[in-house]
Design a protein around this ligand. Sequence first.
Ligand SMILES: [Cu+2]
Length: 108
Amino acid sequence: MKKLITIFFAFSLLMCGVTVAQDTMKQDPMKSDKAAKEVKITGKISDDGKSFVNDKDSKSWTINNPEAVKGHEGHHVTLSAHVYADKGEVHVMSLKMAADKAKKASKY
Ligand SMILES: [Cu+2]
């Protein structure tokens, strides 16, 4: 009987190990999200707050977390963002009003 319990215990430990391994694999996409390079880009947020146009090359990016730029629609800003070039998306980590338009923005 004791032996059976030991075997059962060992087996459940094994199952736990498998579950943990699966969880780790599921988290991998998130890990690669975090690994995406964070860059600073200056440009203008669209009036609907859903996209962003880079000053340098006039390239338009989709903002995949528009809530992060709420209240800055149409503003000229410097974003600190993760860039997903393959999808044409940016994930905004933080935002700063660009200095040259700060005066104008203070009206809002
Ligand atoms: Cu703003």
